[in-house]
Design a binder for this molecule. Structure first.
Ligand SMILES: [Zn+2]
Length: 282
């Protein structure tokens, strides 16, 4: 790599550095006794350290187990943004300072919630209904949505910052999905057509429905909706997984008054009955 190219690569701002900057986080300095690491790129995010990185052994707590997320495995430095975003106290301080009203506990940190970060500095730990509405009409500008389905893992380090409303990344646990906005809306509509019929999310995601769901929906209506949705499972299983997280459940559809009424049982009285033939001897 040429010198100038290398300098450019090192200057690039990583996702964690972008998050720490737009949220205005205080970046912790390494204690004087441990000094600074020399490496130019951060072990965890790959961004520039500007010579102010922490030595890895001092930066990363033994409780941090996601070593497989490291971007530069042979670096001995961790940038200050990554240090901020591995620490529970940084998260809890932000929750308090912004009056976010989130539940916190001793170990509660960045690995405990999903994150929605906008470039103007707004932050939300979004619930699925908020993610759903956000992804249907994402804003112009840059943003990060990192979804945490277990409440136990860091998602920001591997996340990607979105910069377009029609094709954007969404982090779901350790997987980065790239999604066309139109696909999201269409897949969601197909999924929710089935929840409106009363189908459970497991069945819609896997295609293995509970028989009671299909009976309630009415076989004809269910089959139409299922045949329309089935191609998403083949073509974009990652998108289906995301949609499953954010879609309205059958129960939510009922509460919102959007559920379809159960299909009435076939009315046998309207079925023409065979009539005895004229002139029958019977
Ligand atoms: Zn870093």
């Amino acid at each position: 790599m040429m010198g100038s190219e290398r300098a450019k690569a090192v200057e690039a701002e990583s996702t964690t550095q972008w998050v720490a900057r737009v949220l205005g986080l205080t970046l912790p300095e390494p204690p004087a006794k441990v000094g600074r690491a020399k490496a130019e790129r951060c072990w965890l995010c790959g961004g520039a350290t500007h010579g102010m990185g922490w030595p890895q052994h001092a930066a990363i707590a033994p409780t941090f187990t996601q070593h497989n997320t490291a971007a530069v495995s042979d670096s001995d430095a961790v940038c200050r943004s990554c240090v901020a975003l591995t620490r529970a106290e940084t998260f809890q301080a932000m929750v308090r300072a912004r009056g976010l009203g989130l539940k916190t506990w001793t170990q509660c940190g960045w690995h405990s919630y999903s994150h929605l970060v906008l470039e103007d500095g707004r932050y939300d730990a979004p619930v699925p209904s908020r993610m759903r509405d956000f992804l249907l009409t994402p804003p112009a500008g840059r943003w990060l949505l990192a979804i945490n389905t277990t409440g136990k893992k860091h998602t920001i380090f591997r996340g990607r910052v979105a910069s377009a409303a029609d094709f954007f990344p969404v982090q779901v646990d350790e997987e980065s999905l790239w999604i066309a906005g139109g696909d999201f809306a269409a897949c969601l509509a197909g999924f929710e057509r089935l929840t409106a019929l009363g189908c459970g999310k497991d069945g819609i995601e896997t295609g293995r429905y509970h028989p009671a769901d299909t009976m309630r929906a009415g076989l004809r209506r269910w089959r139409e909706a299922e045949e329309a949705f089935a191609p998403w499972r083949e073509r974009q299983p990652g998108l289906v997984g995301l949609v499953r997280i954010v879609a309205r459940s059958a129960k939510a559809m009922e509460e919102l008054g959007l559920a379809e009424a159960p299909e009435p049982p076939p009315n046998r009285l309207t079925t023409p009955q065979p009539q005895p033939a004229q002139g029958s001897l019977l």
